[in-house]
Ligand binder design. Structure first.
Ligand code: PHE
Length: 314
């Protein structure tokens, strides 16, 4: 190419295009070869840079979040009572979150739940961030035949924020459907759960309440006492509300295609974050989701110690 300058005009006319096409040909060959060599290098790296999954985990990095820990503990206790785990989507439609659960159209509870609505679709229908885990009751009853015995752990959302409320929080729902399930089963199941969870004798009481999807409905309180900054469960003369529960409403059974003359059952729903605060003594719910490494290393749990009933939950 450098000699082109000294050539005559006629020579340039011939040699210019010839040299150019030679240059392009060489560039293409270099490019092809480069691709081949890069591919070979990648294959060699993939073959040699293996990850040994059998290496022991470094136990000094990372902790299990208290919410995860408490969910594991609950799953272990309920598994012992014969419950399986079911899950559902965080983004729900109006039918599963409200209508099928016997919330009449325009019922104030739809707003009382401080619902987060998504943008309406072309028909004007709005999906919601589920306000409770109860829609998974519907999904389960519509897809499985009784007997049903499930817990439903998961995230729930309400537009609310203060010391004891966060816009995202966690619930564990329970659902039992069978032919002769009654309120006594509900009470026994929850009383046993509370004593196992708090690892001490827990005194509970049931108060009449209202939920559209259960009849009769109740709230359950646990006895507690405040000693200085500390909350002690199982003693004292104060009562703390801890969960909602009741017998599944016949309309809900019907909405799921079950015959209320054949089947009946109970359901309950409890706040996981609240139970974690009570058991492990965290003062402010909002800290749970601030992602502060100091908080996490203080309140977190070893990822290697699995909760189990034989050696203790935590
Ligand atoms: N879904 C209710 C709530 O979030 C709790 C509940 C569940 C009550 C199941 C009764 C039965 O407030």
């Amino acid at each position: 190419m450098r000699t082109l300058g000294q050539m005559s005009v006629e020579q340039k006319k011939v040699m210019g295009p010839a040299l150019n096409s030679l240059k392009n040909e060489l560039a293409a060959l270099v490019e092809t070869r480069k691709t081949v060599l890069e591919g070979a290098a990648l294959n060699a790296a993939l073959a040699s840079e293996t990850l040994d999954m059998s290496l022991p985990v470094r136990a000094d990095t990372g902790t299990l979040h208290p919410v995860m820990q408490v969910m594991e503990e609950m799953a272990v206790i309920f598994a012992d009572q014969g419950f399986a785990v079911a899950e559902g989507p965080d983004i729900e439609d109006d039918f599963h979150n409200f209508t099928a659960l016997n919330f009449p159209p325009g019922h104030p509870a739809r707003d009382m739940h401080d619902t987060f609505f998504l943008k309406p679709d072309e028909n004007g229908d709005k999906m919601v961030l589920r306000t409770h885990t109860s829609p998974v009751q519907i999904r389960t009853m519509m897809s499985q035949k009784p007997p049903i015995r499930i817990i439903i752990p998961g995230r729930t959302y309400r537009c609310d924020s203060d010391q004891t409320h966060t816009p995202m929080f966690h619930q564990v729902e329970g659902l039992v459907i069978d032919k002769a399930t009654h309120m006594g089963h509900l009470k026994g199941c929850l009383m046993d759960f509370m004593s196992a969870f708090f690892e001490t004798d827990v005194d509970v009481r049931f108060r009449p309440h209202h939920f559209p999807f259960t009849e009769p409905s109740a709230e359950m309180d646990v006895r507690y006492e405040r000693v200085g900054d500390e909350i002690r469960i199982g003693q004292g003369d104060k009562w703390m509300e801890i969960l909602g529960c009741g017998m599944v409403h016949p309309n809900v059974l019907k909405n799921c295609g079950l015959d209320p003359d054949e089947y009946q059952g109970f359901a309950f729903g409890m706040g996981v974050d609240r139970l974690a605060m009570l058991k492990y003594g965290m003062p402010d719910l909002r800290d749970m989701f601030a992602g502060d490494g100091r908080w996490l290393s203080h309140y977190g749990f070893s990822p290697l110690l699995q909760a189990n009933l034989a050696t203790g939950l935590s």
